[in-house]
Design a protein around this ligand. Structure first.
Ligand code: AMP
Ligand code: ZN
Length: 480
């Protein structure tokens, strides 16, 4: 691997460490995927912009990659504290639908979000309910030495593995809440491996097991599927910062029980920080949350949201606001305009000899992203490269491919027209707007200001803001 050595923050050591792959010819990465009982909110999607950045950086730096993302369609309860209802069962009941239809619908919606954000599909999507037999086999193996049975199911005894919860860094705020949740648990942090269907329960998804009819606990699926597709010890496991406290410590405990060793299952555990809204933590289960579609309905291109994510370091909390998103959209427009100008100039000057060397920019890009994926530091390098007159337009356009490969902003393809998304409530098409703007220009040329103001007011009533003298030459924008 040439270039700057890659350094990544490891939640296990709480330090940035030099990345050393187990097999440089096949880096193995597992990302905890969505629970498909509802649409993803934009906070969830931040987690996959992060894993995509990681995967793009690894690939760009020359590491072949196997990436697995799971789809959780069973077992995730309404509370991480092992209590409450299965989120999938609850959603199916509330919508009076088959649970399989609910899962299929939200899985497709999630994959569409991923594609819209130019997040590359993983090598494998791994669906939890396709792996029930594997989960039962895994649980059967670890049960004698590590589990105990209660009326409600099979539980993992966290004192049977070394140093339980080390990943969470000893914080155990949730523990107090975790003991009352289930009658008979030996320790607050013990968790369900298999949950028996209650006699009064009417589950749509349930399977026979050595511990009775029921369903697997949520943590089991990730240990089982990561091991199956990536091996006992692979390179990197990712998830949102909330997973550092319960889900991932529980996966680690299961992995240690399975190997009867102290290995955690992955050399790096990496976590993205949360996207937060002033109104409070985003919550898929609380409803009324922001989806990617709701941004597009306001006329915002999905890649503006991707750019917003890249503008913050993945380990920093990112506050979501309309102003922040509008700023990201303006930044994206500026980039698209810069590329489009370069294209025009390169075409006009096709015979000119290529001039300059973009290598110093690649080095700076490499330095930024190799420093624990510092995308906020990489973005100004892109701006500078595009504006560098010492490089001919063709050289700058060629260099753009590397920035696109790493940042995934698709600038080699995006056009001004792509960014003109009519909001869901728009009453005018872009062509109609262009017509009215021409009318307004004619009125102004004829010094008929009453007429030109009337056109501007009409457009404003349709949610179109006219931007006279806009330095980007954008003419108009849709009011967010
Ligand atoms: P879920 O669909 O709830 O299982 O979550 C999918 C992913 O989104 C997990 O990796 C979560 O840790 C992550 N996540 C949940 N909420 C947020 C948020 N507000 N910001 C960033 N990541 C989040
Ligand atoms: Zn997981």
């Amino acid at each position: 691997m040439t270039g700057v050595p890659l350094r990544l923050y490891n939640s296990l050591s709480r330090q940035i460490e030099a990345f050393v792959p187990i097999d440089p010819a096949n880096v193995r990465l597992y990302s905890c995927g969505p629970t498909v009982y509802n649409y993803a909110h934009i906070g969830n999607l931040r987690a996959y912009v992060f894993t995509d950045t990681l995967s793009r950086v690894l690939t760009w730096k020359g590491y072949p990659l196997t990436h697995v993302i799971n789809i959780t369609d069973v077992g995730h309860l309404t509370s991480d504290a092992d209590a409450g209802d299965d989120k999938m069962e609850a959603a199916a009941r509330a919508q009076a639908k088959s649970i399989w239809d609910v899962a299929a619908h939200y899985t497709e919606a999630f994959k569409q979000n991923i594609a819209d954000l130019n997040i590359r599909a993983p090598s494998r999507w791994s669906v939890a309910t396709d792996h029930i037999d594997d989960m039962i086999a895994f649980a059967t193996q670890i049960a004698p030495a590590h589990c105990y049975e209660l009326d409600s199911g099979l539980y993992f005894d966290v004192t049977t593995v070394p140093n339980y919860g080390a990943l969470a860094g000893g914080q155990d705020d949730a523990a107090a809440g975790r003991i009352e949740a289930v009658e008979g648990k030996r320790h607050p942090q013990d968790f369900a491996i298999w949950r028996k269907s209650g006699t009064h329960e009417n589950r749509q998804m349930e399977w026979e097991s050595p511990w009775g009819r029921g369903a697997p606990g949520w943590h089991l699926e990730c240990s089982v599927m990561s091991k199956k597709y990536l091996g006992d010890q692979f390179d990197i496991h990712t998830g949102g910062i909330d997973h550092r406290e319960i889900h991932h410590p529980n996966e680690i405990a299961q992995n240690q029980a399975h190997c009867e060793c102290a290995e955690t299952g992955a050399n790096w555990w990496m976590h993205n920080n949360f996207l937060v809204e002033r109104s409070g933590k985003m919550s898929k289960s609380a409803g009324g949350f922001t989806t990617l579609k709701s941004l597009v309905d306001k006329g915002v291109h999905p890649l503006a949201y991707r750019l917003m994510c890249l503008s913050a370091h993945y380990r920093s909390e990112l506050e979501f606001s309309g102003e922040g998103l509008a700023a990201a959209l303006t930044r994206l427009k500026r980039l698209v305009m810069a590329v489009s100008t370069l294209r025009d100039r390169a075409a006009a000057d096709a015979a000119a000899p290529s001039k300059g060397n973009a290598a110093p920019y690649f080095e700076r890009l490499d330095e930024a992203v190799s420093d624990d994926l510092n995308t906020p530091k990489a973005l100004p390098v892109l701006d500078e490269m595009l504006a560098d007159k010492k490089l001919s337009p063709a050289v700058r356009l060629a260099a753009l491919a590397d920035f696109d490969a790493v940042l995934g902003l698709d600038l080699g393809r995006l056009t001004r027209e792509d960014l003109r998304i009519a909001p869901a409530g728009a009453t005018l098409t872009p062509q109609q707007i262009a017509g009215r703007l021409a009318e307004r220009r004619d009125a102004r040329a004829a010094r008929d200001f009453a007429r030109s103001d009337a056109v501007r007011d009409d457009l404003a009533a349709a949610g179109v803001e006219v931007m006279d003298g806009d330095p980007l030459g954008w003419d108009w924008k849709l009011a967010l």
